[in-house]
Ligand binder design. Sequence first.
Ligand SMILES: C[S@@+](CC[C@H](N)C(=O)[O-])C[C@H]1O[C@@H](n2cnc3c(N)ncnc32)[C@H](O)[C@@H]1O
Ligand code: SF4
Length: 455
Amino acid sequence: MSNIDLEKFAKYSKAGPRYTSYPTALEFNDDFKYDDYIKFLENSDEKISLYIHLPFCRSACYFCGCNVVFTSKEEKLSRYIEYLKKEIDILASHIDTNREVIQFHFGGGTPTFYKAFELDEIVTYVKSKFTNWSSEAEISCEIDPRFFNEEQMKVFKKHGFNRISFGVQDLDEKVQKEIHRVQPLALTKNAVELARKYGINSINVDFIYGLPYQTLESFKKTLELSTTLNPDRVAVFNYAHVPWLMKTMRKFDETTLPSPDVKLQIFSHTIKFFEDKGYKMVGMDHFAKPQDELFGAIEKGELHRNFQGYTTKGGANLIGIGLTSIGEGSRYYAQNSKNMSEYEEMIDSGKLPFVRGVKLSDDDYIRKSVIMELMANFSIDIKRVEKEHKIDFNLYFKDTLEDLKEFENADIISIKDNKLSVSQTGTLLIRNIAMPFDAYMNKYKNSKKSFSKTV
Ligand SMILES: C[S@@+](CC[C@H](N)C(=O)[O-])C[C@H]1O[C@@H](n2cnc3c(N)ncnc32)[C@H](O)[C@@H]1O
Ligand code: SF4
């Protein structure tokens, strides 16, 4: 990456969505009813992507923004499996289970907090209901290397898992202590080697920048050390600090968090570091090796963004199973209950644990397609948008284009030959560039407690 003018950017640090969905989860509401969701499920013939949330973790990593339930009680874990099975039964009664499954993902929490036989039980149950799996299905699991053993890996192998994502976050001892996640490199290395031994050739490693006590120097060391893991993909997330939502984040002394300037230095170094190592930047926070399919997808402009990050498998109907899970169709988002008692009660009454969502209006649908294209490919093919949505882009987005002038004048974006392109340096501000396309942004203009900071 060439010459990033960091001084130019720190001023853009403001609260903004990460656009894993559009409209964002703040717009999910009660107007989208249970029956609306069921209708979408019953009427769709799209390919299926299944997401199963396994929310349990042993202890809190203080930075964590995920939907987690902390427990060490065995009976809680097995009880949840019984409810998952019931949920899958109800789902199967509303959906054509012959639809092709092209993606399956275990997310968390820590899915590998479950024992091997329990993971086996869950996947076997899903496969007994959904029987039509593509031979090219992407089957993946998020793994905390501190909870991972060979028995579990054997189960993944048996069920055709071909992707694993390991959480690392940072390799500096002081940072690890502060975030309450001490995880020696040797332990992570063993976990990665175990996955390789069983033929997993798409290994992702997660890092976070913006954590307490991180400095440019400390993160440089973390990146150097990370190369010994030789990952196929790396995610380097911008720490989303939302202490008003997450209690454990309040444990941090905010004066120890790196400033926006330092964060930009860290991330621009990260980009250069991975590009020098032959990786390519994918979307706003991922890097992939040339042989990785994400790499090919960017070249072809076929990268998609969803709740799990970036994928080559766009257009599938994402079905969320389990506590807090979110599902996505082209015209809706649907979210399950975040409350375990409510989740169980709904299932006991024979219903899916759906509680809220949003049905996309025509305007939402157009904006979603533009924002997702921007977030995934750092550009917008204006002709494609006009043709697909039968609109005049300049007219439809007149106000947006006005708001974007600031970025155009700063050479952060350019608009010519029917293409809106984000400059290399502008990729660091992609959330800011997407925000003018977001029709709901005005509502949150004066609220400091809606989204995390963009820089
Ligand atoms: C469910 S966790 C990963 C699986 C496993 N529980 C682990 O921690 O290894 C998903 C990832 O989200 C990222 N993450 C969690 N909280 C975050 C936050 N507040 N800001 C940015 N990224 C976050 C972390 O990198 C983490 O690895
Ligand atoms: S980062 Fe992973 S292990 Fe840590 S609390 Fe969050 S989900 Fe659990």
